[in-house]
Design a protein around this ligand. Structure first.
Ligand code: FMN
Length: 487
């Protein structure tokens, strides 16, 4: 189901009992963040919050603030227009199985083909709701008029936390959309926090090499699948706009920006039009980050605003990140579930996989496999470390197929019981997440794999592997019946 606007999604959340409206004036300086942090940490991710009177520098903003709108299994499923993210995984599996691919490249090609078949191609339109109000650079309206949050006490300022950053490769014309936070420097200038491994940074490098100014459009709101697609770790070259069209089962209408040659979804709430100047860098941060720690000051490119356009009824979407669990966990979790068929296509022995919230995305991966031959667990670790953003996975724990990876306690039991540390672990060198403060050097580090599967002959285990305790089905049934009598 496609939402015609972010407002329609908020209405749907309200009808489903998933939204709390806050009619009181609440300050965008820490207070909305503090309120949202409590909500995100309440059981199951709490509710979405709509602050109707956000206060910016003592004055009420023209725009309400929505936060935690995707911060639960139910709300992310609603954002994706399905009963659960697993439904999308099934749809992807169908496409992939249409003609069995033989490798990853072919698999994604087929995936793209499937997306085309489902009429996910965007349509170009001349006008869009996102341009109902147009403020060019000479207008008084500026970033100071948006209810942008200061999230944590020692943050370097206010940050836009859910920007969908639209860029193009100047050589191939390929489009990319990624969520990269933007620190507000002044009314018309922000940071552009695309980390070096991300596609926006790669596009930027191409412009810098050519010495050309890079047009960048930033959208906020619209159908929530836009933001989900922008956060999803799609392989470079798989277009987020096509993917979002596939997710919502409806082509996205694109409209040309007013001051730059970039197309954006016509129904988003806000568009920030501007550019990044080659070579211009500025300290960005500190920022209370996904890791649960402050990320220190670092140089990042600078975004210069040339126009802001918006819907008349625009709602400002935002989130905060911090000590888990936070809203971002549900975005990452849905990505893993949706792309599980792609992982399984490459590694048919994979049964299930999860990135538990404590690991904040890449720090911890649990994967179960149907093991057939010696050292297969190590093959899986190396395979995952070679796949896109899975390269950042700091710890990978591989368990047997009968272990539920979604039950952290069960995985830890297998890890403790089934491993001899020297024999069943491996260390590798790989790129690290830019945000990880633990490695001695930024962006590079060691990663560790644990083979917590039962050992096969040929795996340096010279005893006979014991049997895991399991009650008989018959005894279970009899006890069920007995307990029913005692209730
Ligand atoms: C709430 C949120 C904020 C994010 N902020 C950043 C950021 O500031 N910089 C960054 O490089 N990635 C950030 N990410 C992760 C990227 O959006 C994600 O890695 C995405 O897949 C990047 O897209 P790309 O592969 O097209 O570059 C954030 C993700 C979420 C959910």
């Amino acid at each position: 189901m496609a939402y015609r606007s972010f407002g329609k999604f908020i209405e749907a959340l309200e009808q489903a009992g998933e939204l709390k409206r806050v009619a009181l004036p609440v300050d965008t300086d820490l207070l909305i963040a503090a309120w949202a942090d409590r909500e995100m940490k309440s059981p199951g991710g709490g509710k979405a919050l709509l602050f109707e009177q956000p206060i910016v520098d003592g004055a009420k903003s023209e725009f309400p603030v929505a936060i935690n709108t995707m911060g639960s299994r139910r709300r992310i499923a609603m954002a994706l227009g399905r009963e659960s993210a697993d439904e999308i995984a099934q749809e992807i599996q169908l496409i992939l199985k249409a003609k069995p691919p033989t490798d990853l490249r072919e698999g994604f090609a087929l995936l793209k083909q499937g997306i085309h078949l489902l009429h996910a191609r965007p349509k170009q339109v001349k006008e869009g709701a996102c341009q109902e109000i147009v403020h060019k650079i000479d207008n008084q309206f500026s970033l100071a008029d948006l209810p942008i949050l200061k999230c944590w006490p020692k943050d370097g300022g206010r940050f836009i936390t859910l920007p969908n950053v639209h860029t193009r490769d100047p050589e191939t014309g390929a489009r990319n959309v990624g969520v990269y936070r933007m620190q507000i420097y002044d009314k018309r200038t922000t940071g552009m926090h695309w980390q070096i491994h991300k596609v926006g940074a790669r596009h930027g490098k191409r412009y810098y090499e050519r010495g050309e100014r890079m047009p960048v459009a930033v959208t906020l709101g619209g159908d929530p699948v836009y933001t989900f697609a922008a956060t999803a770790p799609l392989p470079d070259g798989l277009d987020e706009i096509l993917f979002a069209g596939f997710l919502r089962k409806r082509s996205i209408e694109l409209v040309r920006c007013k001051t730059i040659d970039v197309d954006v979804p016509a129904d988003v709430d806000f568009v920030l039009e501007g550019y990044v100047q080659p070579g211009e860098m500025r300290p960005e941060g500190p920022f209370g980050d996904h890791t649960g720690f402050y990320t220190a000051l670092e140089d990042y490119p600078v975004f210069h605003l040339t126009a802001i356009t918006h819907r008349r009824d625009a709602v400002y979407p935002t989130t905060i990140v911090g000590v888990p669990p936070m809203e971002d966990y549900y975005l990452g979790d849905a990505s893993v579930r949706i792309f599980l068929p792609v992982f399984k296509m490459n590694f048919p022995e994979i049964v299930d996989m999860t990135l538990p919230p404590e690991g904040v995305f890449h720090n911890l991966v649990f994967v179960s496999i149907r093991k057939q031959y010696p050292y297969q667990a190590f093959k899986i670790m190396h395979g995952l470390w070679g796949m896109g953003q899975m390269m950042f996975s700091k710890y990978i724990v591989v368990v047997d197929e009968d272990c539920d990876v979604h039950n952290t306690s069960e995985v830890l039991f297998r890890l403790c019981a089934n491993t001899d540390p020297a024999r069943d672990t491996t260390f590798i060198k790989n790129p690290s997440d830019s945000l990880d403060h633990a490695p001695s050097e930024q962006n590079i580090g060691s990663h560790m794999g644990f083979d917590a599967t039962s050992k096969l002959p040929g795996e340096n285990y010279h005893r006979s592997w014991p049997e895991l305790l399991k009650m008989t089905d018959e005894a279970q049934k009899l006890v069920d019946a007995l307990q029913a009598q005692t209730r």
